[in-house]
Write a new protein. Sequence first.
Length: 384
Amino acid sequence: MTAIAMNVICRRSFACMLLLLAACGQPSTPADAAHDDDGESAAHVASESPTRGLRMDAAAMQAAGIRLAVLQRAQMEEQLRAPGEVVDNAYGTTLITPRVPALVVRRHAKLGDEVRAGAPLATLASVEVSDAQAELRSAEQEWRRVSALGPEAVAGRRISEARIAVDRARARAQAYGLPGTANGSVDGRFTLTAPHAGRITEDAFVVGERIEPGRALFRLVEESTVWVDAKLPTGEVARIEAGSPAIVVAAGHRLPGTVLRAAHRTSETTRSTVVRIEVANHDDLLHGGDFVDVYLDAAGDTAASDSVLTVPTAALVQLEGDSVVFRRDAQGGLVPVPVRTGAVIGERTVIAEGLKAGDTVVVEGAFTLKAQLLKAQLGEGHGH
């Protein structure tokens, strides 16, 4: 069979499907009743017909997740779509590290924990810290002693030296991350605490391990906002303005964001440039490393200057090789209408032919209706 013949058959099959759908909305005739082999009434046969499901009341449509909307012409701003990756907001991220060589004595938090500001994370022990604690304790004791004696019994120079010794010991202790006052213990133990609230996203040590200064034990991330790095061709980046809105699509959710800036460097491997977007991370939907889709409004709009008719891209389904949209007819039925599509702008598709402003169409649940229509076609085929 030739490709032309196959196309003719497909077109005829689709036309038959439309006639079948239209027939389901027609009132029954005596001939129809006579044709019923079981002797049931025509009304009963119609109510049991699979294609009658394409005529649905509001409650049935809501239950099936079907939503209608009236088409209107509008001017569409051009949107650029780009792949993106979620990264931690560096301004809300802290690496928890000791400032002196130390041994891990105890763990207070673990990977994935959400902690408050000031919460203990790990206890360590260090010889340097022990020396600093002892020095501070001795200096404070000497300062209290000379202060109690007063200038009448102690030379002013000695009082000054005691004051300087306390200040020096406190500065050393604070440089190690210790309190500025002696707590009575000189065992060299100290506790690393959370500088702010957040979630522990990295945890790289074991109890008993010796940790050198600068080695990160924890990565603490405040996740109320995250960054998304979108990769765009270098030639398109100039059309994206800082402060302009963006939409991040992840796991079926559309999250609004704001463009922070574009990188001033092009990747040598991909020849793309990163545009960074800040997104409010409601309900903890986004995590570092997630891959998402990003839609950005492009400045210097190159979209059609005239108003256009668009539908959500999800409203389009394929039937017999045609793109169709379900339109409500005068009797309230949902009929598949072949359309010719134009440009895709963001998550909407331009309709060049087949629909007009004022038409009521299905914008959500089109795949459910397609399944019912195909089921009805199969049922009619078996019935004849």
